[in-house]
Design a protein around this ligand. Structure first.
Ligand code: FAD
Length: 473
């Protein structure tokens, strides 16, 4: 009997739960990937970098599966129809996939499972992208955690060697199979997209390259991770998003290292799981505040708010580190975590705009976009989320800049207008005298914008906005 493994956000051929289980219980195993029109049709940008990343990654996955005697069957259409149709064509008894916990994916998988069921074909979704899923980590009272520290403590306590064992694809009864005639993988153009430069190496080999590099730097992570001008972080987020490497392998390594860097990094991987379980338990937070009382906040709207939003998106707020960060996102599809916190705080607390506007912009731009982490990060910064920054704690964008990019090296990399401005002035260049502006080649209001808002005034408005909510209680 045979089975089909449906690849989604797990684009690798090693340590793969669905592939492992399919090969364990079926004689012949086919593999497929669907360029899902239900997702692709929603993408506004025909040059979306994620398509280039995924396309490169599935080509490599196909080569890897071919070396194992199989192949990747690639379809373009609505997955809810393509998967049952393909399963029927191949005559398989079951479809195996790795679980995806996003509300859209759960609805899709329900539909696919229903359609397969009507054909007498089983659907199995395996845990693969997380160490602990759904309600595997609950508080003593049997409730999901909404505070990170106790969640993280419970997560570490629960962790056993078996959770981290690889799900091998070798030495199992089944073998990979390929249909006798298989059309070539459709080109990006055939899918209606154009190729975009992806600065990150993609695919299984790209993941291995970045991971090998980070293993040499992990001990320094705690010391360097907050400074965007330094190479301190792993740059693995897009690979974790698309599953080009296994979370079990990463956690196994990090948990086996006894140094502060590895311990801190492991905590970040636990944040990823924390936000996944939050979204699983509270899917409505996709558009609503985790703390419902904050849905009554009156965010700024109207023409000026729209102008401010446009300036933020374009990296032209007049706050150098905010602008450098937004330009890093535009140039690469990635932004450093410290900067994500700073620009999210700036949008919600300095510009007074609804966090969803920023969250949706990030969703369209980020190569590593992940609904759970993105929503979690935005609601954290906006103070509407679980275990969020308290609302009265407001990042000062100038102080953040002085602290985390003290020399202005990161700013100069992305904001060439400020290339000639020395370090003490670069964090608030509008304070330069006309003579200094002339000498540094940065004339505020001429070749670099004046700040779109005054931070002290904006801060006071935000405090009032949140206090009003408290009074309304
Ligand atoms: P590293 O520092 O090397 O961390 C390793 C991994 O841990 C990351 O790849 C990621 O999977 C996980 N991780 C790290 N920090 C967090 C965090 N705060 N929350 C959840 N997981 C974390 N991360 C995404 O993967 N997708 C997103 O869409 C996303 N949106 C964000 C939006 C905002 C407003 C904020 C504040 C954070 C967001 N993050 C998101 C979390 C974090 O910024 C990125 O995961 C990180 O910058 C990716 O770079 P890295 O892989 O080098 O991270």
């Amino acid at each position: 009997d045979s089975a089909l493994v449906w690849f989604r956000r797990d684009l690798r051929d090693t340590d793969h739960a669905a592939l492992h289980h399919a090969l364990k219980s079926h004689r012949r195993v086919f593999c497929a990937f669907v360029f899902d029109t239900a997702i692709l049709d929603e993408l506004a940008d025909r040059g979306d970098r994620r398509l280039s990343f995924i396309h490169g990654s599935i080509e490599e996955l196909n080569r890897a599966l071919r070396r194992r005697g199989g192949a990747l069957i690639v379809r373009h259409g609505d997955a809810r129809e393509e998967i049952p149709r393909l399963a029927l064509e191949l005559g398989v008894a079951a479809v195996h996939a790795n679980a995806d916990y996003e509300p859209f994916a759960l609805r899709r998988d329900d539909a696919v499972s229903g359609a397969l069921g009507a054909l007498g074909i089983a659907f199995r979704a395996w845990k693969d992208q997380l160490i602990f899923e759904k309600d595997e980590i609950l508080s003593g009272a049997g409730k999901p955690y909404s505070v990170f520290t106790p969640y993280s403590r419970a997560w570490l306590k629960e962790l056993k060697a078996a959770d981290l064992e690889a799900r091998p694809v070798e030495g199992l009864p089944g073998t990979l199979a390929a249909p006798p005639s298989l059309p070539a993988i459709p080109s990006l153009a055939a899918l209606g997209f154009t190729k975009s430069p992806v600065l990150l190496p993609c695919g299984i080999s790209g993941a291995r390259q970045l991971w090998a590099d980070f293993q040499n730097r992990i001990a320094d992570y705690a010391r360097t991770r907050d400074f965007p001008a330094l190479k301190g972080v792993s740059y693995l987020s897009a690979h974790l998003r698309f599953g080009t490497l296994s979370i079990r392998e990463l956690v196994r390594f990090a948990a086996g290292q006894k140094n502060e860097g590895a311990e801190t990094w492991l905590k970040e991987l636990i944040w990823r799981e924390f936000y996944q379980q939050i979204l699983w338990h509270r899917p409505e937070i996709e558009t609503l505040s985790f703390k419902p009382e904050f849905d009554a906040i009156e965010w700024e709207s109207g023409a000026q708010a729209n102008d401010h939003f446009a300036a933020w998106c374009a990296g032209r707020t007049g706050y150098p580190l905010v602008d450098a960060a937004m330009r890093q996102l535009a140039a690469s599809g990635w932004m450093h975590n410290r900067l994500r916190m700073i620009v999210a705080s700036f949008l919600t607390k300095d510009l007074g705009l609804h966090w969803l506007r920023g969250e949706r912009f990030f969703a369209a731009q980020l190569l590593d976009f992940d609904l759970a982490s993105n929503n979690g990060g935005w609601q954290w910064a906006a103070s509407t989320g679980c275990d969020a920054q308290p609302w009265f704690r407001i990042f000062n964008p100038i102080a953040q800049s002085q602290k985390f990019d003290p020399e202005g090296n990161f700013i100069r990399r992305y904001v060439p207008e400020l290339a000639g401005v020395p370090a003490p002035q670069i964090h608030a260049p509008w304070l330069m005298s006309p003579q200094q502006m002339a000498a540094t080649g940065c004339v505020i209001g001429h070749n670099y914008p004046a700040p779109v808002v005054d931070h002290a005034a904006a801060r006071a408005r935000t405090l009032t906005r949140f206090e009003q909510l408290r009074r309304a209680d």
